[in-house]
Design a protein around this ligand. Sequence first.
Ligand SMILES: [Zn+2]
Length: 75
Amino acid sequence: MNCNEFKSMIDSFLDGELDEKETTEFEIHFTSCNKCHIELESVDKCSKVLRKLLKSENPPQSIKDRVFREFEQDK
Ligand SMILES: [Zn+2]
């Protein structure tokens, strides 16, 4: 997934319209791409995305750990 694809999927993600594979790709991009991370924060969708990621049924523990770590560092 590239940054443009990620951006185009944000709304679908928040609406729960992505399938399992797309959701995984979305999560991976979100946690690995600093640019999109920063951009999401700037558009105030980050908290919604994060909440949704952490609430998803079976998020990979590695992604959870990574997201938490990154947000801890931002404080
Ligand atoms: Zn990106």
